[in-house]
Design a protein around this ligand. Structure first.
Ligand SMILES: [Zn+2]
Length: 336
């Protein structure tokens, strides 16, 4: 049920992009699963890895506009520069060191297509078998019109729309517990019948500290609300778990029983996460486990196929959040 391929484990540093999203996070989880979960429980193709098929263009088009997709295929670099914020406002190179790159930035696009393809394969696996945990995905900042916040294509929205359009799923819940708002997911899925978005996130900080309206008075797209948004201010960290619980209760009261659930399980609310733009929520490791148990036990009551995506998590301690939760799941689900 764990879905892994080495292509997920690409390092942005190899392309000259200096973002502290470390391979080590996926490596550590992968090693833990290898040492602690019986191989018979792991789908051999998906665990040991033939390559994932790149996501089809027709499925990208469910979530993104044609112009953006065509540009990404024709001139990946120009779009990837925006996704990873490689220019600053003055038009100078920002966090990009091509001289340190081992691979050309253009080639990253193909890796991303396989990564998104893997997320969709994990969704299909969960639909058929009830549960999957993908060691990647959760790229919730990518918008209809382009990549943002290190997320090029939005696998969450692509999965949801593919399940709705091709697999007859009628009620899909997306539960986003990353420190950042699932803003791209909310924008893409705004008004989509039968797909319900929930996001608990920091109240300000990136990108919610920007202007709410643009110069023409139009709402900036990252402020488009999810169906349920729970905001946590810096002085409200002690209320995180109770607000999360209330929000999930509201979700189950407002919307029909789901036939598919995705959890965007970022570890960046953790106090040892190193990304400055995630520092408004600072939960300790125990509270992170309480968060994960709360969400999992809430979902268990829905008896619905379930897909976990790992989403954001930065620095050398990020992996601990996932491993303690997997230890819990191992007992809870009776994995050998
Ligand atoms: Zn995040």
């Amino acid at each position: 049920m764990f879905i892994y391929h080495p292509s997920i484990n690409f390092s942005l540093i190899d392309y000259g992009i200096e973002i502290p999203m470390l391979n080590q996070r996926v490596d550590q989880i992968h090693q833990w699963v290898g040492a602690n979960i019986d191989k018979s429980l792991l789908d051999s193709k998906l665990w040991l890895g033939q390559r994932f098929d790149p996501i089809r263009k027709s499925r990208l088009l469910y979530a993104h506009n044609e112009n953006f997709i065509e540009n990404s295929f024709k001139s990946p670099k120009s779009e990837l520069f925006k996704t990873f914020e490689l220019y600053n406002e003055a038009g100078e190179l920002n966090r990009y060191r091509p001289e340190n790159a081992k691979a050309d930035l253009d080639s990253l696009h193909q890796v991303i297509l396989e990564h998104i393809g893997g997320s969709f394969e994990a969704a299909q696996y969960a639909l058929q078998n009830g549960f999957a945990f993908y060691l990647g995905g959760g790229l919730h900042h990518a918008m209809t019109f382009g990549g943002r916040g290190f997320c090029h294509y939005n696998d969450i929205a692509i999965n949801a729309l593919t399940l709705k359009n091709e697999f007859n799923c009628k009620n899909i819940w997306i539960i986003d517990i990353d420190a950042h708002k699932g803003d791209g997911t909310a924008e893409i899925l705004n008004g989509q019948e039968g797909i319900h978005t929930f996001s608990i996130h920091q109240k300000t900080n990136w990108p919610l500290d920007s202007e709410r309206y643009d110069k023409e008075g139009k709402l900036n797209p990252w402020f488009i609300p999810s169906d349920i948004d729970i905001e946590i201010a810096r002085d409200e960290n002690h209320l995180y778990l109770s607000k999360l619980e209330q929000g999930l209760e509201e979700l189950s009261q407002k919307y029909p029983q789901p036939d598919f659930i995705m959890v965007v399980s970022g570890s960046d609310p953790y106090e040892l996460d190193v990304l400055p733009s995630a520092d408004e929520i600072q939960l300790n490791l125990e509270d992170m486990l309480l968060r994960d148990k709360l969400v999992y036990n809430f979902i268990k009551k829905q008896e619905s196929p379930l897909l976990y995506l790992i989403s954001g998590g930065y620095g050398e301690h990020a992996y601990k959040v996932y491993i303690q939760f997997l230890e819990y799941l191992k007992k809870e689900r009776g994995w050998r």
